[in-house]
Design a protein around this ligand. Structure first.
Ligand code: GLA
Length: 640
């Protein structure tokens, strides 16, 4: 549809000179429909990647024997069959970049099979061949800048790259095409994790930069201060790596794992630049840090889906506060990652893992929730600072997975209702306890569950959907692509748990502050600022909360005939002056618009035949200025 409709008429002057005058109707402000599902996968991960990575277990003290040791256990214990197929090495593998031709050299004292032609002529091909012969895929690690995280943070470690300053520049910067061709061509890796210390941690005044060990870079990224990241520059660098990989592996048979710790608003652009993207700083094996990392993905349900996954970091199951003496915590951690559709990347030394830990990692029913083919991330159905109910729609008709989670160190009760599951309360809901491996009595209406300290109960529920026809869009977040979030000014998300900061132990700093942009992004069953959806006093348990200016693409694939919702400016809006017009498009054609809605006016019914559209687009268009963001609600938004 042209948005430049024009009208013309003839104006005649007193001198009878006539001239055509054309008034061009200005394009409406704000987002325009794309008419298509504009998300394009980067690499191939229809389901969250599963595997093992060396970092949480070994740090830079990595060896071929250690990697293969855990790989062997994955094979012999059935974890490989359960889905853990990616074996990824992290930081610590490199010796230097060869000065003659820039080819990367491997530390053959750590990876003996790489000494294919002596220390000068090294290759990971024997290593990847070995993993491939075992039925695994192989992953390698690099940095998007010139230097790596170990070089920034582990000075003096014997496994750091060596040689002259250029020889120590082991990151991709300046060598993107060469390095990726080596890693994915000759060395035949399948996965790459691309870290970003090179963009953030090499300022000119760093002692190792001042003394010439490393070259200064930027910084162009600040992990805790969104405003101090040059987002276009960071995207351009990651885009260069993505585009090179697309050329090297045109079939898309790779995983590109972005690792810039939730900085630079990556939670919104990650899906377009990587297969997975980290949403927070590094996890560690403490309860508080695990909560922090979970929270960084828990409210970003619309950003993940088949092919693209938010990454709250690798599992600590088996380590520290999640070891065999803490199986309750290990199961809770695993439950949360599973229901959040997070990558399940084991981070423990499996050669020393007791059976209890193998059992947590290998629970097939829990894994099946993570690997459900519909690829919907779990949505928060209830949350306070102590208890959460997370519900994930499964592909089986009428089935949901649910995690009831006690964040605290004291026992608590959680009442699960049919409403949380968007199921009818007057019909029995079959329940299966996934950690207990047993069916429970069906739920009728609601039930109280008693949870011990740090306990997560994980259930599969099969019941009668609340809607007689169709589905709430908030039940299907994997079908939504956030094409525009309407956020004009980045704000750090304040509802992410803030444990003691492992980078600044003690309390001499000013604290662990909210750090990750994304506050204000669209939400399922909540407003962008985590309030209950509400229009003129009427609240909605189901619906979409966005800012005015947002555009959502819903992948309908011709399966639905009608979209409907009750729309309006949300009662919690910050801006109360502007109007908002709600627009529904099917394959780019305008199907329905609301009147201009204002703060306080009751919800308007919006209903549109979608005529088997492949993509339904939802735009909340702001009409007129306001001094603050306008929060809108698509109450009960559904397709049938
Ligand atoms: C960063 C990453 C970690 C790990 C280390 C390696 O901290 O976030 O996951 O790769 O670097 O040095």
């Amino acid at each position: 549809m042209s948005n430049r409709a024009a009208t013309s008429l003839l104006l005649c002057s007193a001198l009878l000179l006539c001239a055509p005058v054309v008034w061009a109707k200005p394009a409406p402000q704000g987002p325009q429909p794309s008419g298509r599902w504009s998300y394009e996968p980067v690499g191939s991960a229809p389901l969250p990647p599963m595997g093992w990575n060396s970092w949480n277990a070994f740090g830079v003290d990595i060896t071929e024997a250690k990697v293969l040791g855990s790989a062997n256990v994955i094979r012999s214990t059935g974890l490989q069959e359960a889905g853990y197929v990616n074996i990824n090495i992290d930081d610590g593998w490199w010796r230097k970049r060869r000065s003659a031709d820039g080819r990367m050299q491997i530390r053959t004292n750590l990876f003996p099979s790489a000494a294919t032609g002596g220390p000068q002529e090294t290759s990971f091909r024997p290593f990847t061949d070995h993993l491939h012969a075992m039925g695994f895929k192989a992953g390698i690690y690099t940095d998007i800048g010139r230097n790596a995280c170990s070089q920034a943070w582990s000075p003096g470690n014997p496994n750091l790259p060596e040689g002259t300053q250029p020889e120590r520049e082991v990151g991709l910067h300046g060598h993107v095409a060469q390095d990726l061709a080596l890693y994915f061509g000759e060395w035949n890796f399948d996965t790459i994790k691309v870290d970003s210390c090179g963009l953030a941690h090499y300022p000119a005044d760093k002692p190792t930069v001042r003394n010439g060990t490393y070259r200064a870079f930027g910084p162009i990224m600040a992990d805790a201060v969104p405003n101090r990241t040059d987002i276009p520059a960071v995207k351009a660098l990651y885009g260069e790596a993505r585009d090179a990989l697309r050329r090297i592996r045109p079939k898309g048979d790779y995983i590109l794992s972005l690792c810039n710790w939730g900085a630079g608003n990556v939670r919104s652009w990650g899906p377009d630049y990587g297969t997975t993207w980290r949403t927070s700083n590094d996890i560690d094996a403490t309860w508080g840090r695990m909560l922090h990392n979970f929270d960084s993905v828990a409210t970003r349900e619309f950003y993940a889906g088949p092919g693209h996954w938010s990454d709250p970091d690798m599992l600590e199951v088996g380590n520290g506060e999640f070891d065999a003496a803490h199986l309750t915590e290990a199961r809770a951690h695993m439950s949360l990652w599973a229901i959040a559709s997070a990558p399940l990347i084991i981070g423990t030394d499996l050669t020393r893992a007791p059976q209890g830990i193998i059992d947590v990692l290998g629970n097939r029913e829990v894994i099946a929730v993570n690997q459900d083919r519909a690829g919907h991330q779990g949505v928060l159905a209830y949350a306070d600072s102590e208890r959460e109910i997370v519900v994930k729609t499964l592909s089986e008709t009428g089935a949901k997975a649910v995690v009831l989670f006690n964040r605290t160190a004291v026992p608590t009760d959680i009442t699960l209702t049919a409403q949380h599951l968007k199921m009818r309360g007057d019909a029995p809901i079959a329940l299966r306890d996934l950690w207990g491996g047993a069916d429970r009595d069906p739920l009728l209406g609601q039930r109280v569950f008693h949870l011990g300290p740090h306990e997560a109960i994980m259930l599969k529920a099969v019941g009668t959907p609340e809607l007689a026809k169709g589905r709430y869009i908030s039940e299907m977040p994997g079908r939504v692509h956030v094409a525009a979030d309407g956020i004009a000014v980045l704000e750090p998300d304040p509802i992410i748990h803030r444990p003691a900061d492992p980078y600044h132990p003690g309390t001499t700093s000013t604290g662990n502050r909210p750090a990750y942009a994304g506050w204000g992004g669209p939400r399922a069953d909540a407003t962008p600022y985590d309030q209950t959806l509400s229009i003129a006093g009427a609240s909605f348990r189901s619906g979409l909360g966005t800012l005015a200016g947002a555009r959502l693409e819903v992948k309908a694939d011709g399966q639905f005939q009608r979209f409907s919702a009750r729309v309006g400016v949300d009662d919690s809006t910050r801006g109360r002056r502007a109007g908002v017009r709600f627009e529904v498009y099917g394959d780019g054609r305008l199907l329905a618009t609301s009147p201009v809605m204002r703060f306080g006016s009751p919800a308007a019914e919006l209903s549109a035949p979608t005529g088997r559209a492949r993509v339904i687009e939802l735009i909340a268009r702001q009409i007129g200025p306001d001094i603050a963001n306008v929060v809108v609600t698509w109450g009960d938004a559904r397709v049938e």
